[in-house]
Design a protein around this ligand. Structure first.
Ligand code: MG
Length: 288
């Protein structure tokens, strides 16, 4: 055994002794609960570890740090669009328009040109019905601008066929704020005007929660949280009733799921890359 090896061995031995002393001191100084904390594995064999000797979270029904709480589902994010290059939907989305067909819509008569869907005549509705959801829509107002005031790039996204988030060319035309782009039409203007010039692709990313009715009585209003071109324009904004022009319409009870609707207002607004993620898509339960 050479001198260096002896020196290393002695150093290691000293370190181990100090380590053991520190461990004992740590155990003596730690709270009693920490000494008993024992990681255990999830029942499903996934290898997830956590604790079962912790309080139950009243809002969740699981232990704090519970290994048996379902893991979030893995989703592959889509690619964001650029002005000249259309992006893609995340892996768990329902693709409502990918540039090739309008089979998710009825009546199926808007024009497809260059992979874009152009509003022509008559509103269109999704063949599927939705409640709570995350919606991504890209749209473009006509370039050069056409039409005065409310006829300049007017379209709209109607959740449950009733509750409109406005589409409008609010870059070149000034109209009443609760009728501008990204307004909850007739109710609430956006927090900021994030509208791009006509001919530029614009994005809406919207989280919609459906109203809740008990029999015919409204017990919870619909809400919208929304980004327009990446800027927050609504933060849990309540919707006070169905879309209406120059009057206030009260809520009337309707099923928990209804089709999404895109508005034809006589203006050739274009769309691309439309996708939707139902937020609780259990077939036998309402979306919440
Ligand atoms: Mg509109």
């Amino acid at each position: 055994m050479n001198t260096n090896y002896k020196h290393v061995k002695k150093s290691c031995s000293l370190l181990l002794q100090w380590g053991a002393l520190l461990a004992i001191a740590g155990a003596l100084l730690s709270p009693a609960g920490a000494q008993q904390a024992k990681l255990i594995k999830a029942k499903d064999g996934s290898g997830v570890v956590g604790y079962k000797d912790t309080p139950i979270l009243p809002w969740a029904g699981y232990h704090k740090h519970d290994p048996d709480r379902p893991l979030p589902k893995e989703v592959v994010p889509g690619k964001p669009s650029a002005q000249e290059k259309v992006g893609s939907a995340p892996s768990d989305a329902i693709v409502l328009f990918d540039g090739t067909d309008t089979s998710q819509w009825q009546p199926n008569k808007w024009k497809i040109e260059d992979g874009e869907l152009e509003a022509t005549e008559g509103d269109i509705y999704t063949t599927q019905s939705f409640g709570d959801c995350q919606l991504h829509v890209e749209w473009q107002a006509p370039d050069p601008p056409r039409g005065p005031q409310m006829n300049r790039g007017n379209s709209g996204v109607y959740f449950m066929s009733r509750y409109e988030v406005q589409i409008s060319d609010s870059y070149t035309e000034k109209v009443y704020p609760d009728g501008s782009a990204a307004a909850i039409y007739g109710e609430t203007p956006p927090l900021v005007n994030a509208t791009l010039p006509p001919g530029k692709w614009q994005t809406y990313d919207i989280i919609f929660t459906a109203p809740v009715f008990e029999d015919d009585k409204l017990v919870k209003k619909a809400t919208v949280t929304m980004f327009h071109n990446g800027l927050l324009v609504h933060h849990n904004t309540e919707i006070h009733g169905p879309c209406a022009w120059r009057k206030i319409e009260p809520y009337t009870a309707h099923p928990a799921r209804q089709p999404l609707r895109l508005q034809a207002h006589g203006n050739p607004v274009r769309f691309r890359n439309i996708w939707l993620r139902p937020l609780n898509p259990q077939p036998d339960k309402p979306d919440r």
